[in-house]
Design a protein around this ligand. Structure first.
Ligand code: UDP
Length: 469
C-alpha cells in the first residue's frame, strides 16, 4: 500500500462568517450529490511546500462533506527525487535534458508505486510530476484520474515535457492554477483552472494573541519592536533568496535597525534545498541581523504565523512561481507584501491589491522602503489584499471547484465554452468568480465576469484587437 497520511477531523461549519455564504451554500449543495464518493489525493511529501499544505486541510474537509477521502504519498529515494526536481525545474523552463539513467530511475520507482497503489477510487488526483507516471503503469484502471499541476508549465523545456507528456495523456482531466500555465500542445481536452487557496483556520493562519506571537519570535532571537522583513519559502533558487538578501542590504542603508528573516522548509522531495541553504548561510555569515530558520530546528506553523503577522513587510521575490500560497497567507493577516511579478503571485495581487509587484533587486528594495516609510499606505494595500483573499483564495472556494470538476467528469459534459461556464468564470485567468466578480463587461448579449480590473482590461483589449478590420 502507498503511505496513508494521518489527518485530523475538521468541520466545514467552522468557515461560516469567514468565507462567503455564496460559496459555502453552493458547496453543501454540490457535496450532497457526491456523498459516499471515494477520492484519493496522491503527492510526494506529507510536509514542506504548498501541496502538502493544501492537502492537510482539504482532505479532512472532503470527509466532513460526506465523501470518503484519503491522502497518500508515494515512495521514492534520493535519486528519484533528484530526477523529479530536474523534471520540476524543466517544466518551469530550466535548460538541460533528462539522461537515459534519469528516465529509468523515474520510471522504475513509478512502476513500484503503481504496484503499491492497490485500492480503487472513484477519483484519483495525482499532484505534480512526481506521481504522474503511475496511471500509465497500472494494470487495471478504474475511476477517473486527474493530473493536478501546481507548476508554471507555460514554457516547459521541450525535452522534459516531451518525456512527461505521454504519461499525462492518459488522464481523464487536468487542473492548472492559471489558464496561461497550460502548455501549448497539452494532450487532454478536459482542463480546469483552479487556483490554490489557504485555510484560514489552520495553525498557520488562525488568529493568535499578539503578545503570544511576540513571545514566539522573541524566543528565537527576533526583536519584535524593531523593523522586520521576512521571506517564507522552500530554499529554492526560483524563490531567489539571494536576491532577498541583496535587497535587504539596500533597504538597510535607510533603515539601519532592520532585521531580515529567511524562513524555509526542507521538503522530502526537494534535494536541492540544502545547497541553497548553504549558499544563504555563506552570504549571511557576517550579518547578525539576517536570521535563517528551518522547520528542522522547530520553526513550524505557529512561528510562520507569527512572522507573517508581525513583519512590517513580507517579501516573496520569486522569479518563477506556480502559485505562491505564502502571498495569500500574509495578506490574510493584513501584512503588506513585496513580491516578484511571477505566475500566481500576479493573480493574488491583481489591481495593486496587497502591496507592490517588482522585477528585480533594486525595485524590490525601493518597494520595501516605500512601504516601511508610509505605514498608512502599506496597511491600505494590505487590507485590499485581504478582501481579495476572502473572495477568491480561501479553502471553501477550492473545494467547490474540485467538486464541480468531479461532477463534470462524471457527466461527460465539456468544461469550457458553454454559456454557464462563461457566466461563472473569468475568461482571462480562468478562475471561478460567480456573482461576486469584481467587474463585468457585456459583449453581444453575454455578460462576462472578472476577478479583477486587470483581467477585464486585458479581455477588452483582446476583443478590440480581434474586431479590428
Ligand atoms: N512553509 C512553511 N515553512 C517554511 C516555508 C514554507 O510552512 O519554512 C509553507 C508556506 O507557509 C506555504 C508553503 O510552505 O504554506 C509554500 O507554498 P507556496 O505555494 O508558497 O510554494 P511552494 O513551496 O509550493 O513552491
Amino acid at each position: 500500500m502507498l503511505q496513508l497520511v494521518d489527518i485530523g477531523p475538521r468541520s466545514i461549519g467552522g468557515y461560516r462568517g469567514i468565507a462567503t455564504d455564496e460559496v459555502l451554500d453552493q458547496l453543501s449543495t454540490v457535496a450532497r450529490e457526491l456523498r459516499g464518493v471515494r477520492v484519493a489525493h496522491v503527492n510526494a511529501t506529507p510536509y514542506g511546500g504548498g501541496v502538502s499544505e493544501l492537502l492537510r486541510s482539504t482532505v479532512p474537509l472532503l470527509n466532513d462533506l460526506g465523501l470518503v477521502a484519503h491522502w497518500k504519498t508515494i515512495f521514492g529515494d534520493n535519486r528519484f527525487f533528484q530526477v523529479t526536481k530536474k523534471i520540476h525545474n524543466g517544466l518551469q523552463g530550466a535548460k538541460g535534458g533528462l539522461t537515459e539513467a534519469d528516465r529509468e530511475a523515474y520510471l522504475g520507482t513509478s512502476r513500484r508505486n503503481a504496484e503499491l497503489f492497490e485500492e480503487e477510487y472513484d477519483f484519483v488526483f495525482l499532484h505534480d510530476p512526481q506521481p504522474a507516471a503511475i496511471l500509465k503503469m497500472r494494470r487495471k484502471r478504474s475511476g477517473r484520474w486527474i493530473w493536478r499541476c501546481h507548476i508554471d508549465t507555460s514554457w516547459p523545456n521541450p525535452d522534459v515535457w516531451g518525456f512527461l507528456r505521454k504519461y499525462i495523456a492518459e488522464f481523464d482531466g487536468a487542473v492548472f492554477s492559471m489558464k496561461e500555465f497550460i502548455p501549448p500542445d497539452f494532450p487532454i481536452a478536459t482542463v480546469d483552472i483552479i487556483p490554490p487557496a489557504i485555510d484560514p483556520l489552520s495553525p498557520k493562519n488562525m488568529p493568535l494573541n499578539e503578545e503570544t506571537l511576540r513571545q514566539v519570535l522573541a524566543w528565537i532571537g527576533i526583536e519584535p519592536d524593531r523593523p522586520l522583513i521576512t521571506q517564507v519559502s522552500r530554499f529554492d533558487a526560483w524563490k531567489d533568496p539571494m536576491g532577498v538578501i541583496a535587497a535587504y542590504r539596500l533597504v538597510r542603508e535607510e533603515f539601519p535597525s532592520l532585521q531580515l528573516a529567511l524562513v524555509g522548509s526542507m521538503a522530502l522531495d526537494d534535494p536541492e534545498g540544502w545547497d541553497v541553504y548553504h549558499q544563504i548561510i555563506e552570504a549571511s555569515r557576517n550579518d547578525p541581523e539576517i536570521h535563517v530558520f528551518t522547520n528542522l530546528i522547530g520553526v513550524g506553523n505557529v512561528e510562520v504565523n507569527a512572522f507573517q503577522r508581525l513583519s512590517n513587510v513580507v517579501i516573496q521575490k520569486s522569479i518563477r512561481e506556480g502559485f505562491g500560497l505564502v502571498i495569500s497567507e500574509a495578506l490574510w493577516k493584513t501584512t503588506p507584501v513585496v513580491a516578484g511579478r511571477a505566475g500566481g503571485i500576479t493573480l493574488q495581487m491583481a489591481d495593486n491589491s496587497g502591496g507592490i509587484l517588482v522585477d528585480g533587486v533594486e525595485a524590490c528594495a525601493a518597494a520595501v522602503k516605500t512601504l516601511l516609510r508610509d505605514r498608512g499606505q502599506a496597511l491600505d494595500l494590505a487590507r485590499l489584499g485581504k478582501e481579495r483573499v476572502r473572495h477568491h483564495f480561501l479553502l471553501p472556494r477550492l473545494l467547490l471547484n474540485e467538486l464541480h470538476l468531479m461532477k463534470q467528469l462524471v457527466s461527460g459534459q465539456p468544461m469550457k465554452g458553454d454559456a454557464l461556464w462563461r457566466s461563472t468564470h473569468d475568461p482571462v485567468c480562468g478562475m471561478m468568480v460567480g456573482s461576486s466578480g469584481v467587474s463585468t463587461t457585456d459583449i453581444d448579449g453575454q455578460t462576462y465576469r472578472f476577478c479583477s480590473e486587470s483581467c477585464r482590461h486585458r479581455f477588452v483589449q483582446d476583443q478590440m484587437r480581434q474586431r479590428k478590420p
